[in-house]
Design a protein around this ligand. Structure first.
Ligand SMILES: [Fe+2]
Ligand SMILES: [Fe+2]
Length: 190
């Protein structure tokens, strides 16, 4: 399947805004893959599909997760924003028959990050932050830093995520803490 096929698949699942966001993330992921010498086709597939489950109603997402034997921790249950990433990876594996672990993991960890992120994980995580549809304060700076150091951009994105969660009084997923520690230790070493 190619990009056109995947675009047709995601369209009925998503609001117009989220569909356009998915296209923008796809374009940005391909751009970053080119910059960092990663597989552009995998970045394209991960980018276009990453939010496929995001607009599915929460109760339906829970039902689907049960169908795919996804067990939620307390933190995951409390953070609905994380569901679409876990469910999205299971959906594209089971229903779209994508078996490439680089694509599946990039989708699975695009919201939380994780320790030992692969280049594809980093590309999708950062593309989701700096895609053309994003307009939050500081996005221009992050766009600039993303083409200089992917690791720095990941660290900045993780810090942004953690600050956001703390300010909102929400729990932080252990994978996000692990991603933070890993990113900081890694940057300090280099
Ligand atoms: Fe997402
Ligand atoms: Fe997204």
């Amino acid at each position: 399947m190619n990009r056109t096929d995947y675009q047709a698949i995601i369209k009925p699942f998503l609001s117009k805004k989220r569909y356009e966001h998915s296209i923008c993330v796809c374009d940005e992921a391909v751009h970053l893959a080119r910059v960092y010498d990663a597989n552009e086709q995998k970045a394209e597939t991960a980018g276009i599909l990453h939010d496929i489950m995001k607009d599915v109603p929460p109760d339906e997402q829970l039902k689907m997760m049960m169908r795919y034997d996804i067990l939620l921790t307390d933190v995951e249950r409390s953070a609905q924003k994380l569901w679409h990433a876990m469910l999205g990876a299971a959906y594209i594996e089971n229903e779209l028959h994508i078996s490439d672990p680089e694509i599946l993991n990039a989708v699975r960890y695009h919201t939380t990050g994780r320790a030992e992120m692969t280049t594809m994980d980093k590309i999708l995580f950062v593309a989701d932050f700096i895609s053309a549809d994003r307009d939050y304060a500081g996005v221009e700076q992050l766009r600039k830093s993303a083409v200089v150091s992917l690791d720095q951009a990941v660290a900045d994105g993780i810090v942004f995520t953690i600050q956001d969660l703390v300010q909102a009084g929400r729990p932080i997923h252990p994978d996000t803490i692990a991603a933070y520690n890993h990113a900081i230790l890694n940057l300090n070493q280099n």
